[in-house]
Ligand binder design. Sequence first.
Ligand code: IPD
Ligand code: CA
Ligand code: CA
Length: 286
Amino acid sequence: MESNEKVPYVLTGKSYTAVAINAAAKAGEWIKSKLGMHEQLSTKTSAQDLVTEVDKGAEQMIRRLILTHFPDHAILGEESVEPGEAAAISALAEAQDEEYLWIIDPIDGTTNFVHGFPFYSISIALAHHGEVIIGVIYDPSRDEMFVAEKGKGAYVHGARMAVSGEERLAEGLIAVGFPADPVVKLPINLRGIAALAPRARSLRAGGSAALHLAHVAAGRLSGYWESGLNAWDIAAGALLVAESGGKVTDTLGESYHLGVRNIVATNGALHAEMLTVLKESDATGF
Ligand code: IPD
Ligand code: CA
Ligand code: CA
């Protein structure tokens, strides 16, 4: 090659996982520096549905980092979709057939973030023709990076994760959620919570769907169920749980896909029991 010939700039090491980890880490560091110090707090679909300038700024940061490496890829990010279930469903319908689709929740657990309660996460997934192939969830409070690649397992701090071994719901520590829609979704979840509480060892509601899933993958929770979620709450965590040997379905027991909004993710062993309790208590969300 002639010395004066222009060498095109080619990015090397285009590892999707590395880009996802880098974006989650950078956004997480910035979000953590703003914990409890947001300047603009607004509501979306209800008084409980919060958003701050940090949610929006973090999504922009993650988008920029992804597009620097993969300018042709599509991105579905919570803060770039109009609030509400109908808009979320149609945004996913439009995007899900893209060859490469990144699915981002810049802060999962905004209510916790607003209150300074250190349980929130950054969730980034990459889907290829609608199938999640990379899932990264970062917990800035504990500096835990949960990473899964389809077919290659799931890891935290470089250590392979595996779901827990409890065999019955009575031995299980189960996470649940209190969705921000007090009219339709909350009553559904409250019915399931009332039915699960006396049957499980105990229930927890941490306030971050993505972190609940990461903790199921890590074997720290036996299961998690919530009705009324969006693709960005679940996509990365579903892969983490599956790659850790767990089971992820909707509340009717159908296999996970990007459109699932009512999720059950468990260690596998107590999955059927949870599905039965949710069905009997009319808490499937269907
Ligand atoms: C919420 C959290 C919460 C769950 C809600 C979600 P956000 O996401 O995951 O745990 O109960 O249903 O909407 O609004 O903090 O990104
Ligand atoms: Ca969320
Ligand atoms: Ca969010």
